[in-house]
Design a protein around this ligand. Structure first.
Ligand SMILES: Cc1cc2nc3c(=O)[nH]c(=O)nc-3n(C[C@H](O)[C@H](O)[C@H](O)COP(=O)(O)OP(=O)(O)OC[C@H]3O[C@@H](n4cnc5c(N)ncnc54)[C@H](O)[C@@H]3O)c2cc1C
Length: 549
């Protein structure tokens, strides 16, 4: 095929992704220099459309970035008033008191927010400062300079046919060049993955670890709604099958965020994370709360869990990785938005200083130093052993040991050094023959829903004529390897029902990819045991359209 010619636009800094990390970087750059040219490219149809977080927000990132956020009308309207933690059994619950928890686990001073709305507000702040923001623009390729550094991205390619050829309405998109390119794509970013591989940025670091977070918004009976209440649970229904737990946050307008996270290092390929979430809502504590209410939205997204020891090198010539493209979630707190914001601020400060000194296209090593040694590194270092303890010893021992280690780390030391994570989540999957299938109850259509019904509540949409954005390295692997060896786990780990094994009499089993259902969570790219699925961006504007996730 002939080389595609594209127009190029020149900027000082090109930012991929309008999440908290990318928007913070854009705002900080403009605060430092009103004349700096900054562009933010977002694949969602609007800013916020692809944002999915819990979310209890620690405002420390926003305090550092926009100290007068209250006066400026930031949508942080619901302070946390009550903080509960329960261990669940199938029918019962045990309240874990707050006093043995290290202070870092305390949610007082934090806010229950819609991060989608926080990002929409941040985008307004950025635009007022002169940042150009282009939603509906997926960045599909990196552009390299002649020395092998990153000089830009391709964004806005539209109109490819299913076979990859250029249809009648083909638009080649544009190249956006910058003195520096910031990749703030969130967890398992597709361009970030390429950069990490090309420059071998993971070398010397532990593999990144992940969870799958699923979330519904419910409107509940006002009599049961307690604005500002935060509840976390562990235990049932996952038991010993996988790490993870739930969150229930009461926000405004009688709405409740009900979410469930399953750590993706589970061994049993029969596990069905989505059905674990649905089953969880039948626990008496949750069912009582939701009865009489209605589910108004659904979504899912992977969450980075590797923490301190898994952060790869985050700079290479011309490019820096921000936020959860690096993986900055504090796992026991289930919080990464504050660190995403702080990383955006730090990257902006490093790029601003470099540009002011006449530099470009080199490594922003000051940014990396600030992340590792500054507030983000300190936040993550204290909790670095919680996830490895959990993976090695299971829930209860890890609560005791992890709790103890967080306390000693709060005092400045650890008896355990820095524990390793070991395997990737894909490699943790064991053959199906070593495990028993799990029998999941059928959704009742009131509290629990089948996947496709719920996917309709993510309002996801993909132009059907384009190539599937879930690409198989070897199309034979799902049926020849993953089905006999791992009982076809893609049919279960995907929370949107994208993957199906279709068997018809007299025909060979087929692996079908319903990419139109995809909610951009990236779980397939992470958990496929053969590492045969690559998530690339579909055309811009496609994907979920989350309201106030
Ligand atoms: C279920 C769940 C619950 C969570 N709960 C909390 C919580 O309560 N508190 C908390 O602080 N944190 C929480 N987190 C973690 C938090 O969501 C992340 O730490 C945070 O979103 C990271 O911000 P980010 O800007 O790095 O990435 P994101 O928020 O993921 O934003 C990335 C943006 O980049 C866009 N993008 C990606 N690739 C491209 C591309 N190639 N081209 C154009 N655009 C692109 C995406 O569409 C998205 O808008 C939770 C996460 C999950 C999944």
């Amino acid at each position: 095929m002939a080389e595609i010619e594209r127009e190029a636009m020149e900027y000082d800094v090109v930012i991929v992704g309008a999440g908290p990390a990318g928007l913070s970087a854009a705002i900080r750059l403009k605060q430092l220099d009103a004349d700096i040219n900054v562009v933010v490219l977002e694949k969602g149809s609007e800013v916020g459309a692809h944002i999915l977080s819990g979310a209890v927000l620690d405002p420390c990132g926003l305090d550092a970035l926009i100290p007068d956020w209250k006066e400026k009308g930031a949508p942080l309207n619901v302070p946390v008033r009550e903080d509960n933690f329960y261990m669940l059994g199938e029918a019962g619950k045990l309240r874990v008191p707050n006093w043995p928890m290290p202070p870092l686990m305390n949610n007082h001073g934090n806010y229950i927010v819609s991060m989608g709305n926080v990002c929409r507000w941040m985008a307004e702040q950025a635009e007022e400062l002169g940042v150009e923001i282009f939603p509906g623009m997926a960045c599909s390729e990196l552009v390299f300079d002649d020395k092998g550094g990153v000089k830009g991205v391709v964004a806005g390619e539209f109109g490819k046919e299913a076979d990859g050829s250029h249809g009648a309405n083909y638009e080649p998109g544009m190249e956006l060049h910058g003195k520096y390119v910031f990749l703030s794509e969130g967890v398992r970013g597709s361009l970030s993955k390429e950069v990490i591989a090309k420059y071998d940025l993971s070398q010397g670091h532990e593999p990144q670890k992940f969870g799958l977070g699923m979330k519904e918004i419910w409107e509940i009976d006002p009599a049961k709604h307690k604005e500002g209440t935060v509840t976390h649970t562990m235990g049932w229904p996952l038991g010993g099958n996988a790490g993870g737990g739930s969150f229930i946050y009461h926000l405004e307008n009688n709405q409740v965020y009900v979410g469930f996270v399953v750590h993706l290092n589970y061994k049993n390929p029969h596990l069905f994370p989505y059905m674990e979430f649905q089953r969880f809502k039948h626990h008496p504590m949750v069912a009582d709360l939701l009865k009489g209410g209605k589910r108004v939205a659904y979504g899912a997204r992977a969450i980075s869990e590797g923490g301190y020891q898994s952060m790869p090198k985050m700079v290479a010539p011309g490019v820096a990785l921000l936020g959860c493209s690096v993986g900055m979630v504090n796992v026991p707190r289930i919080k990464g938005n504050h660190n995403a914001m702080l990383s955006g601020k730090a990257a902006a400060e490093a790029a601003h200083a470099a540009i002011a000194a006449g530099r470009s296209a080199d490594e922003l090593s000051d940014y990396e130093a600030e992340v590792r040694d500054g507030a983000i590194g300190k936040d993550l270092k204290k909790v670095r052993n919680v996830k490895p303890f959990w993976s090695k010893w299971g829930l209860v021992p890890s609560l005791v040991l992890g709790g103890f280690d967080m306390w000693t780390n709060t005092m400045g030391f650890s008896l355990f050094g820095t524990q390793k994570h070991g395997k990737t989540d894909a490699a943790a999957t064991e053959p199906a023959s070593k495990h028993k299938p799990i029998d999941y109850p059928k959704p009742d259509g009131t509290l629990s829903f089948d996947r496709l019904t719920n996917v309709a509540f993510s309002f996801t949409n993909h132009e059907e004529s384009q190539p599937a954005h879930l690409q198989l390295s070897d199309p034979a692997v799902p049926v020849k390897v993953n089905l006999p060896e791992y009982a076809g786990p893609a049919a279960r780990y995907c929370p949107a029902g994208v993957y199906e094994f279709v068997s018809e009499e007299g025909k060979d089993t087929r692996f079908v990819i319903n990419f139109q259902n995809c909610v951009h969570c990236k779980t397939c790219d992470i958990k496929d045991p053969s590492q045969n699925i690559t998530w690339v961006t579909p055309q811009g504007g496609d994907g979920p359209n989350y309201p106030n996730m």
